[in-house]
Design a protein around this ligand. Structure first.
Ligand SMILES: Cc1cc2nc3c(=O)[nH]c(=O)nc-3n(C[C@H](O)[C@H](O)[C@H](O)COP(=O)(O)OP(=O)(O)OC[C@H]3O[C@@H](n4cnc5c(N)ncnc54)[C@H](O)[C@@H]3O)c2cc1C
Length: 270
């Protein structure tokens, strides 16, 4: 938000609907950030991939660079809305909207992405997790900052990522549960791993306890069971009236966890 009377808009796929439905206050002015050149860059920057906040999701999906270095992000963006939504919606809007279920954000978390923001107090780089204060509340919103873009590390040999989600059959917006995984594997051992979940509670979540179990292990159903048990200790799956009950989310988390871990394990084979 720039001031009480003005609001940043990118694709408008969240904001306009929410103003229409009375979830957000009407505003005097909408400030379109889609034509700011720096927010439209997608490129390698040193050891990182940089994606500008206003790059449309469809451009991320068709980028060879992101397909190679951030498969989880491509898989996530490819499931957001339909082709028309993906042509206008942006990654910056997905993150700034600050809902715990947003697909692009969960993938970025697993990729250890950092956000670049600019505002009245200058420019800063922050971990994605620091940005989130709760549903529809973010530090960039509170500081009246603009998201410039996202950095995530380039993929090295033996590294890969994957994203899966479950959606209501008639669902058009947010998923019941989504999981993204990043894995670093050397021969038959996991060296390092990150697991991020959405809709597991009021926040996006990295399951650090579950992640710590994996280094030094080979992927097996016994390991997946242990990771899942550790995950359940950390997470509070909630019942939401529109999407799902706690029990179902806990059950489906095991299925999705197995799928993402197996996909990342296969992809990270040298
Ligand atoms: C039919 C439909 C289906 C959808 N399906 C999904 C889905 O499956 N998964 C999912 O995650 N989302 C889904 N969405 C939600 C939405 O499309 C995404 O969250 C999208 O990425 C939002 O981007 P946008 O550019 O349209 O954001 P906008 O609507 O323009 O903005 C959203 C919020 O972010 C702020 N903002 C935007 N850009 C910036 C910036 N650069 N800096 C600071 N603040 C900024 C705005 O002020 C606003 O508060 C769906 C939406 C629709 C309409």
């Amino acid at each position: 938000m720039i001031s009480n009377g003005a609001r940043v808009i990118a694709g408008g796929t969240d904001l306009l609907l929410e103003i229409q439905h009375g979830i957000q206050q009407p505003v005097d002015s909408l400030v379109d950030v889609c034509n700011i050149p720096e927010l439209n860059v997608l490129e390698v920057r040193g050891e990182d991939i940089f994606i500008g906040a206003a790059v449309p999701l469809s451009e991320i999906i068709s980028s060879n660079l992101v397909n190679h270095h951030g498969q989880a992000l491509v898989e996530a963006c490819n499931l957001i809305g339909g082709p028309q939504v993906r042509d206008t919606a942006t990654l910056g809007g997905n993150v700034a909207h600050a809902l715990p279920a947003t697909d692009g954000t969960v993938a970025l978390l697993a990729l250890a992405a950092q956000a670049e923001a600019v505002g009245p107090n200058g420019e800063r780089i922050l971990d994605l997790q620091e940005l989130f204060l709760g549903p529809r509340r973010s530090t960039i919103g509170e500081n009246q900052e603009l998201l410039v873009g996202f950095y995530f590390p380039k993929r090295s040999t033996g590294q890969a990522s994957a994203f899966r989600r479950v959606m209501l059959p008639q669902g058009v917006a947010l998923p019941i549960l989504n999981i993204a995984v990043w894995m670093y594997r050397r021969k038959n051992k996991i060296m390092d791993a990150r697991i991020a979940l959405g809709t597991s509670g009021p926040n996006w979540f990295r399951t650090k306890g579950a992640e710590e179990i994996m280094p030094g292990e080979e992927l097996s159903s016994a390991l997946i069971d242990r990771v899942y048990e550790a995950m359940l200790e950390e997470l509070l799956f909630r019942t939401s009236p529109y999407r799902s009950a706690t029990d179902y989310r806990s059950h489906i988390a095991k299925v999705l966890l197995q799928e993402v871990l197996e996909a990342a394990w296969r992809r990270s084979e040298i």
